[in-house]
Design a protein around this ligand. Structure first.
Ligand code: KG4
Ligand code: ZN
Length: 355
């Protein structure tokens, strides 16, 4: 079975073809980073327009790289939530049009479910990689989302949100701090690089949502503390001060992410942890999460970077099971800026839907 995945929820236009064994036959991503860079963050209107420009060439390229004409795919999976309204509409409208014209089944996929399943993707150069075992706890940290989940199985009904950020996502905090420091967009990679040569303990910035038991995050206070430092001391030049500030900021974000992920694993009595989202590219996060997991005898699974960041292979894979069961949303598929993943209340009793 071959599934075409389409992803346009934020600032990547992506299409991919994945088969029933999770093998990635093609994976094409057209990034809009250059479009949004002058603004220091994603501009929704520009994102939608850029998706419109690229979505067809990207789908064509995904078919060409897989050596599969569009007419031979068995079904289509498209991200329908959460995301930017205009951006989501482009992908869903194209997917509905293709499903109608080719008479193929179509299913809508929650982008976060795609991220949670991305560790199962099998790329041609890593077919032997061992996928995570259920149940696992997953940390998803990107520019748009930062949350912890428990996954008991591959179906969305088996996934629960354990805690999420109350304000900025971790990647968003990296991007906003980089903007304050005049480091360009996206901020994560450049702060990651500068922090390697900095002293994380020289500048005091406070600790974000340090309570050990809580699985909620908050990064806006830390971002404000960096702004106050800049107000008081001026924007650091290209010097050791800048590297120390980046190291101090990054250490606090990474430490918070790692501690809360370990707490979630402990509270949920799971032996496997998965980390995904663009922030999973961060070297310090990978190293510290690896060390913390090893200390506790837990298995840490960090998918390859191309699977951590936004892509359509994870969307194709997340839609595969429903398509294989013969389900079809083609006539009714709509978009929603919110996610539908249920959330465990703070005391762990009862559930409410996070919207
Ligand atoms: O998952 P992603 O590609 O797109 C979405 O946000 O959905 O994540 C992009 C985010 C950006 O905020 C970027 O600054 C951050 O991931 N990022 C990093 C690193 N590389 C990318 N953050 C910290 N360290 C990095 N090395
Ligand atoms: Zn994402």
């Amino acid at each position: 079975m071959l599934v075409l995945g389409i992803e346009t929820s934020c600032d990547e236009t992506a299409a991919a073809i994945v088969d029933e064994s999770a093998r990635v036959r093609s994976d094409v991503v057209e990034s809009q980073v250059a479009v949004h860079a002058p603004y220091g963050g994603v501009v929704p209107e520009l994102a939608a327009r850029d998706h419109l420009r690229h979505v067809q060439p990207v789908i064509r390229e995904a078919c060409a790289r897989a050596g599969t004409p569009l007419s031979t795919v068995d079904g289509i999976a498209v991200t329908c939530r959460p995301g930017l309204s205009g951006a989501l509409l482009v992908g869903v409208q194209v997917a509905r049009g293709l499903a109608f014209a080719l008479d193929k089944p179509l299913v809508g996929v929650d982008h976060l479910v795609g991220h949670l399943l991305s560790a199962f993707l099998r790329y041609p150069d890593m077919l032997a990689a061992e996928p995570p075992a259920f149940p696992f706890v997953a940390l998803l940290a990107s520019g748009g989302h930062t949350a912890l989940y428990r996954a008991d199985g591959p179906d969305p009904s088996q996934m629960r949100e354990l805690g999420a950020t109350r304000d900025d996502a971790a990647g968003e905090a990296f991007d906003k701090v980089a903007k304050q420091l005049g480091l360009g967009y996206p901020g994560g990679p450049v702060i990651d690089r500068l922090a390697r040569e900095g002293d994380p303990d020289r500048i005091e910035l406070g600790w974000p949502m340090a309570s050990r038991r809580s699985l909620e995050f908050s990064f806006s206070g830390l971002k404000t503390n960096v702004a106050r430092y800049v107000e008081r001391h001026g924007r650091p030049g290209d010097d050791q001060n800048l590297r120390d500030l980046c190291a101090a900021f990054q250490r606090r974000v990474v430490d918070t992410l790692v501690k809360k992920t370990m707490t979630a694993a402990e509270q949920n009595d799971v032996h496997t942890i998965v980390i995904g989202g663009g922030v999973a590219a961060n070297r310090e996060l990978r190293e510290r999460a690896g060390a913390a997991a090893a200390k506790r005898g837990l298995r840490l699974v960090v998918p390859p970077l191309r699977a951590c960041t936004d892509n359509a292979a994870m969307i194709a894979y997340a839609g595969l099971a429903r398509l294989a069961r013969g389900e079809n949303d083609a006539r009714s598929l709509e978009t929603s800026p919110n996610t539908a993943l249920p959330r465990v209340t703070r005391k762990g009793r009862g559930r409410r839907v996070a919207c």
